[in-house]
Design a protein around this ligand. Sequence first.
Ligand code: SF4
Ligand code: SF4
Length: 457
Amino acid sequence: MDKNNMSRREAIRAMMLAGAGLAASSSLVAAPLKMAGLNPAQQKFTEPAKGDQVIHRTWKSLNGESISLLGMGCMRFPRKAGAGRRAPLDQEQINQMIDYALEHGINYFDTAPAYGDSERATGEALSKHKRESYFLATKMSSFSNADLTACKEMFARSLKNLRTTYFDYFLLHSISDMADFNHRFKDNGLLDWLLEQKKKGVIRHLGFSFHGSNEALRQLLALPYTWEFVQIQMNYVDWKDMPLEDSNEPCDSETLYKMLAEKNIPVVIMEPIRGGALANVSDGLKARIQQRFPQFTPAAAALTFASTPAAVMCTLSGMSNMQQLMENVYTFSHFKPMTAEDNAYMLEMARLYNANPHIPCTACRYCMPCPRGVEIPGVFGVYNALSDELMLPDPKNKKDKDFKEKKKAFLKRYATLAQGTDASNCVACNVCVPKCPQRIRIPDQMRKIHKLVKDLG
Ligand code: SF4
Ligand code: SF4
């Protein structure tokens, strides 16, 4: 690879691999596993006992509120069977999940107008519970229209959909940098208006969610506002380096977290399992995680890592079914923070994870719909899954003894994408690019994947 064209992330990965004497080759990463006599472990699932309660942390700066360390992310709710992503949400299952969550001590529910029908479904499920028995968090998703009137309408719709007269936690949704902040919240007078809502008690605590560089967060925190909490992406893979494909500015969960902790700002964690990717790591990585943490599934290990630091107020997990909820309830009702050695071990797991190429897509679907019908997170999901399974074929290395098997596996999985939705349909219109909080160069990645498929031809 031309060193001058290396992205920052690729350069860091190369350095990490060089330091460890590894190359970015699946076989080399898999080899020590065989040498250590490890076998890919089965995922374990332990059902919580009836009285199990997730742990809470109490926050002086937030009126002494006691908030469950596990929060329910309402972005990935279950859907009815049949029409894939277009199917309506499964309200009955959502009601059961929210009842179960409250019964086991989860009291923080996080949604947003940008999550499709989530606010309405969350409002319906919570409506049979006492309003003071839970904390409701939602956001101002003013991505496509920052006009003040439109934003006020969005705010009113959120109140209506959530069947409430106030929000416990209200966030400026997904700020990426100062220009974004100024355009969507400052110059249009929206932040002043939100501060008025806070004075009136319609907003109890005001914060923001953030997807940007370390420097951008530093600038936001230097502004003369009191941010009562901030939501960031944090997980063991992003701890040392978080990819911003469109920027060379440094970004990592560790620096973001420490900036907030130093200012005593409670931190809400999003993407602790990176959109589910860290729950479905390769068998090799799974075995290594379970070698040190036999009590954990990979998801439980990732959640525990993210929730260990003391300034973490709440770790959001976007649960899509009852089993995921039960597994998470078990993890957080038996929660023990990781030790410094455990953390170091997880960072070693991150190094191994990063030894295989990944597109940092968290399947949030903010980029959808694509006007040309490309199923963007689905295409990236196929690529990442094959990479995790060490089955990504390299057309330049057809002599690899596993090449034929990898090629067959890749093309078979790629063919599961519905007709007209694969990478070949991308016309690089760039419509999706500004919507992606991970700042993935989507058209470039589509071109790369399409080329891979053609080269396998
Ligand atoms: S750049 Fe490609 S994937 Fe993105 S919206 Fe345009 S056609 Fe769709
Ligand atoms: S490409 Fe970006 S916006 Fe689209 S689903 Fe993935 S992370 Fe979300």
